[in-house]
Design a protein around this ligand. Structure first.
Ligand SMILES: Cc1cc2nc3c(=O)[nH]c(=O)nc-3n(C[C@H](O)[C@H](O)[C@H](O)COP(=O)(O)OP(=O)(O)OC[C@H]3O[C@@H](n4cnc5c(N)ncnc54)[C@H](O)[C@@H]3O)c2cc1C
Length: 422
């Protein structure tokens, strides 16, 4: 690569990097985005419900252009307990939709190029070049690129932010591993199985057996396929010597899941880390960190939202970069504005509000697995077909349940669950 010089160099062409590049290019900034994959999206994994909070600001006409799979108008949560399963489902008008990231990010990258940014693919950023302690460009496997500012958006785990000392070295308990298959099914079969009309989509989240403690499963409907996956803490997988592929197979065989995925053909398999902790620095001398690279993700199981936070932080990084370029001030002191802006926005408010959930999961994982099973036994007892009077069965079932759970402990559990998820 010949000696190249840009105002801003962005490492990583996911949602955070693409958003920053788009916003900067629209303002006429000379920006380069470096992506290790053969095109943006080729290496990206997401369940994936897309939250268009920022997209609708950037590209108001996105609904008629973007490769949207289905609008997620039905959501449900399922607690599996072997043979039993407790479900809570609701329908709602929505702007959120399912995407296949390989298609979606590629479309978005086209918009970024149209806006005037330079996207350089198949290029791995190996390090940030520093002079007198300040970032002045990036070193790639194809040569060096000079820039006034660097935005790190390489996803999780961010090796670049780690190298700069902006993130602590990666530890398994700070990441969840998500493994996902895209399973193709005819369009009408997707609609029949999930009771959907043509545009509608569904998002189903699962907890409980056969998934191990601290693991969850998901099914999202696409137009002619399902995104089916499991997510589990890395340190738990290591501790239990669990194979994530096997966990996914067990999930697909679960009584509540098997009929939904039956007969489908696996089109795609992917695995990716999800950051579960926000700690470290969001900026340094001449450098900003955005998206998953900075641990900006809402990890509440009710929301699991990373797409909007990645885009919002990418946009904020672009806004601060623009001001820094105008002033010619790339100092850490000036760039600290980035953190202040994120603190005032939903990004850090949500991240900080819900960061207690991983702790909750760690502490109460036994209960999350045991309570659904006990509740299943309770219901099985009161709905059993025998000649005993119902009142006797109900009393007996309550006595057994109360003896096993303990009212105070259960109330405390529910309170903590409420506080860490809502
Ligand atoms: C299984 C799973 C399910 C999820 N489900 C949802 C969901 O339903 N809804 C939701 O909102 N969020 C979901 N998320 C989270 C969401 O996908 C992320 O928060 C979001 O993609 C983060 O975007 P990003 O741009 O920060 O990082 P990424 O999307 O990871 O992009 C990083 C990019 O940087 C590139 N890159 C990495 N290193 C380098 C390098 N050294 N040089 C050059 N390029 C590099 C990568 O190839 C990639 O293109 C899910 C995540 C996973 C893993």
């Amino acid at each position: 690569m010949a000696e190249l010089k840009f105002d801003v160099a962005i490492a990583g062409g996911g949602l955070a990097g693409l958003t920053a590049a788009y916003a900067l290019a629209k303002k006429g900034v000379n920006v380069a985005l470096l992506e290790r994959g053969s095109y943006p999206g080729s290496k990206n994994v997401c369940g994936g419900i897309f939250y268009p909070v920022i997209l609708k600001k950037l590209i108001p006409e996105y609904r008629s252009e973007a490769p949207i799979e289905r609008l997620v108008s039905k959501r449900s949560f399922h607690l599996m307990a072997g043979e039993a399963c407790f479900s809570f489902e609701f329908s709602l008008p929505t702007e959120c939709f399912t995407v296949l990231r390989a298609k979606f990010d590629r479309w978005f990258a086209g918009k970024v190029e149209e806006a005037g940014a330079t996207i350089i693919c198949e290029t791995l950023v190996e390090d940030v070049i520093r002079r007198d302690g300040r970032a002045v460009g990036v070193k790639t496997d194809r040569g060096e690129i000079a820039s006034n500012l660097v935005i790190i958006a390489d996803g999780a785990p961010s090796l670049l932010a780690e190298k700069l000392g902006l993130r602590k070295p990666s530890k398994p308990n700070r990441f969840v591993l998500g493994v996902k298959e895209v399973i193709s099914l005819p369009e009408e079969e997707v609609e029949r199985r999930f009771n959907l009309s043509r545009e509608e989509g569904a998002a189903l989240i699962f907890y409980g057996e056969p998934l191990t403690k601290q693991a969850s499963g998901f099914i999202y409907t696409n137009r002619e396929s399902l995104s089916v996956g499991v997510a589990s803490y890395l340190h738990q997988l290591a501790r239990l010597q669990e194979n994530p592929n096997q966990l996914l197979e067990e999930f697909k065989r679960a009584k509540a899941v098997a009929p939904l995925v039956k007969g489908g053909t696996i089109k795609e398999y992917s695995a990716h880390l999800i950051p579960e902790s926000y700690e470290g620095e969001l900026y340094g001398e001449g450098v900003l960190v955005a998206g998953d690279a900075a641990g900006l993700l809402n990890s509440s199981p009710l929301f699991l939202e990373g797409t909007s936070l990645a885009m919002a932080s990418g946009l904020t990084a672009a806004e601060v970069s623009l001001e820094a370029l105008e002033r010619g001030d790339y100092s850490k002191r000036f760039l600290s504005k980035y953190e202040r802006m994120l603190n005032d926005s939903f990004v850090l408010k949500d991240v900080k509000r819900y960061r207690r959930f991983p702790e909750f999961l760690e502490k109460y994982s036994d209960m999350l697995a045991d309570y659904p099973r006990m509740f299943g036994e309770f219901l099985a007892q009161i709905y059993s077909a025998d000649e005993r009077p119902k009142e006797d069965k109900v009393k007996e079932a309550f006595a057994r349940l109360g003896g096993k759970i303990g009212l105070l402990k259960a109330l405390l559990f529910l309170l903590k669950l409420w506080r860490s998820t809502l």
